[in-house]
Design a protein around this ligand. Sequence first.
Ligand code: C2E
Ligand code: CA
Ligand code: CA
Ligand code: CA
Length: 279
Amino acid sequence: AKAAGRNNVRWFHRSMLDETNDRVSLTSALRQALAAGELSLDYQPQVDLATGEVTGFEALARWHSAEHGAVGPDRFIPVAEDSGMIVPLGGWVLRQACRDMVEIQRALGRPFHLAVNVSPRQVHSSGWLDEIVDALKSSGLDASQLELEITEGILMDERWGVTGILQAIRDLGVKIVIDDFGRGYSSLAYLTRFPIDKLKIDRSFVHDLGGEDPQAPIVDAIIVMAHALGLTVVAEGVESPRQITYLRQRDCDEAQGYYFSPGVSADEVLRTVRRVETR
Ligand code: C2E
Ligand code: CA
Ligand code: CA
Ligand code: CA
């Protein structure tokens, strides 16, 4: 028993070391990734539940590392956040996504909204507003089409004067979306205190909708409350027709999820939109 205990201790130390090494080597690989052109963006359609039309896309970062293979954003975004690299990386995502969306609109002959994920470090970085203005100007994308997805945590940290930053962005005509709504903080006070446009219901609430779901009343309440506040509601993680039926009955505005499509490359967007809209 004693020997086994000692082995456990050794194993524990080694796995922590492996994890640290992994993060260190991911960090240095990520530093090269932008310059090496290893990052790309996928676009996941968002569908208007009343009309069945694709009305927008969320840009999702992808990394194909020469050294590490395909690394998911759940792994590399935290590394980018810890190292501060999220600021240049997020800037690249914004510029590239705006450029791609103008191309996509040209190919499809109609406008779409573009949702881009934003990390807290970006919101707090000094050049962020200018980066947004530049990305819009150099791409030609209309400000009203851009939606920035932030998490509730950003609003909770009052030290940074977040309200002023968000208001300045909103004055450009850009929309602010609360991502993963309901997952983290339980304060609802900020919904009226901050300038926001849209709530994205966290997929953990969407998962069992349409069955005997104890969380369904929460979804109902979020939709009613959002509409009463003049906000648009989008549900993420929609995978089944039952979920769609439920959300449509409750007047949820938009949905996004594997039921319609996963994220696809810009080249595949045209085909994906046709498929989603003729199903
Ligand atoms: P998120 O913003 O909540 O993005 C949605 C995630 O859910 C995506 O995972 C998407 O592929 C996945 N998903 C979409 N539909 C479904 C579905 O029907 N079922 C399930 N189970 N999952 C679905 P992905 O692409 O792996 O992104 C993970 C997270 O990484 C994102 O979560 C976001 O927080 C972060 N991320 C991705 N790209 C960026 C970026 O450019 N900047 C920042 N700051 N974060 C990013
Ligand atoms: Ca998101
Ligand atoms: Ca989300
Ligand atoms: Ca989703």
